[in-house]
Design a protein around this ligand. Structure first.
Ligand SMILES: [Zn+2]
Ligand SMILES: [Zn+2]
Length: 288
């Protein structure tokens, strides 16, 4: 079993609180083969070798490693540089609302794209259904208003795939998942089934509908693509709207299980979501 040694977070972050040290990380990020002490010293605007050496020593171990006289970023150093470039710590993104022609499945409303506090919202103006997820500012920086909804969907899909694969959206630890809501066929306003993901480490939780979980299964995505429907270009609700039919039904109460069907022409793809939130028994019927 892999072992994970943790360093105290306070000392690690305090070792970053200096402009010269951040510059060292930035310079090393551009040098995939690493740099010698003198190459690194020449690339960083500082005149005092002793002072430079002090700052480099503060980074060595956690963020920079030295091997055979060559300095390189550690994986942790690479993550820090990535987060700085992404604007994770210092950028605040806001976007004026962008109306779309994506029609709501629950009512007559349309989706509007918003970005608030680095959280993207793709939601119906009228009933509020839709999706909310985090997006790093640089992932959408310089994207035109016309292209932004598609770019956000591409990011959303990567987030859903990350969750689907079992990793926390916040810290990438393992998650526990379960199907927490089925579909009540007698409800006046049927609500979607819900699969919930709880992180084993950081306490974050996330949820998605059973239909969304099945939509991003590779066999189901293949089915959609063969019918000209791209799950990386439009919100899942718009893919479902384009189908001849889609249905989600509870097939067992104890243990809770739901079945999802998507049909186009003579073809149907179906899958079962188990109580443990797994997608099983994925079948394509009527395939030529
Ligand atoms: Zn709506
Ligand atoms: Zn987590």
């Amino acid at each position: 079993m892999p072992t994970v040694d943790r360093q105290p977070a306070v000392s690690m972050f305090s070792s970053l609180a200096n402009e010269t040290r951040l510059t060292i990380l930035d310079v090393l990020a551009d040098a995939s083969s690493g740099l010698s002490f003198s190459q690194l010293y020449d690339a960083v605007p500082i005149d005092d070798t002793g002072n430079f050496n002090y700052h480099l020593t503060q980074l060595t171990g956690s963020f920079v490693r030295k091997q055979d006289g060559i300095y390189k970023l550690t994986p942790g150093g690479t993550e820090i540089v990535g987060a700085l470039v992404a604007g994770t710590f210092d950028a605040d993104l806001s976007i004026n609302p962008i109306p779309t022609d994506w029609e709501c499945l629950q009512c007559d409303g349309h989706f509007t794209v918003r970005c608030v506090d680095k959280r993207a919202q793709l939601r119906c103006d009228t009933c509020g259904s839709g999706s909310i997820f985090s997006v790093p500012p640089n992932a959408v920086e310089s994207i035109s208003k016309e292209d932004l909804p598609t770019t956000l969907i591409q990011w959303y899909r990567t987030q859903m795939q990350h969750l689907r694969a079992g990793f926390c959206h916040r810290c990438s630890s393992q998650t526990d998942r379960r199907l927490v809501e089925g579909v009540d066929p007698d409800a006046d306003t049927p609500t979607p089934s819900v699969v919930r993901f709880d992180c084993r480490c950081c306490g974050a939780s996330a949820s998605m509908s059973g239909a969304t979980l099945v939509t991003f299964h590779p066999v189901v995505e293949g089915f959609f693509r063969q019918h000209g429907l791209e799950t990386n270009r439009q919100h899942p609700t718009q893919v479902w709207r384009a189908l001849d039919s889609s249905a989600v039904q509870t097939v067992s109460e104890n243990p809770l299980e739901v079945e999802v069907h998507f049909s186009m022409g003579e073809e149907t793809v179906s899958a079962v979501i188990t109580a443990t939130g797994c997608v099983e028994d994925v079948r394509r019927v009527g395939t030529t």
